[in-house]
Design a protein around this ligand. Sequence first.
Ligand code: XBP
Ligand code: MG
Length: 234
Amino acid sequence: MTIKAIIFDVDGTLADTEDGHRKSFNKAFAESGLDWNWDVAMYDKLLKVTGGKERIKYFVSDFLTDFDKPADYDGFVKNLHAVKTLHYTTMLREGHIPLRPGIKQLIQEARAAGITLAIATTTTPENVSALLEVGLGKDWESYFSANGCGDIVPHKKPAPDIYFWVLEKLGLNAGDCIALEDSENGLRSSLAAGIKTYVTLNHYTRKQNFTGAAAVFDDLGDLASFYKVSGLRS
Ligand code: XBP
Ligand code: MG
């Protein structure tokens, strides 16, 4: 199989971002006068649900008993999430969250080899821009032929929608591509789209079920071994 494209997940894969998200949620809660505080253990549970707005609603429905929902609950969640995104993108632009080992080199070398690059993520578009402007430079968008993120699909990971959207945009078949993911939700999404998927672990996802992954790595610090296992280079 000749790999024509690599499709990258963002959070946990391009960068170890989830603690940055967690701290940004907590800043937004405090700023909004809410006594909610997501510690690592709680956030680990909440990561079962992808999408920040969906995650807030999951927290309210499954972990809070006495929260009196405002009349415009959707508007309340949307605004709270917008405040969180402001904190998170500020954190990114201040350079607090670097790309994971091997990622920048993989992107540059794959691009130089003429392999198409794409993004398939649940996170908000502003977060992708902030992360990659810092990680890859101002012209980061030119690296990617498709940038599938946030609410552009009705169902977020583990549904395959975002990967189908990217394949459609690339005009490629699933069998022409490989995906890089970090979580069980992400792997289920890419596998459901028929895409061979490699996983890099992080502290939130280490214990999850990666059945079906082509291979699992701690990270891509040893790119040579990833190239060999994936067939990107003989
Ligand atoms: C991870 C997610 C996102 C982030 C939070 O996305 O599920 O929801 O946790 O970002 P992926 P938002 O691994 O698919 O990149 O608050 O912007 O959703
Ligand atoms: Mg991820």
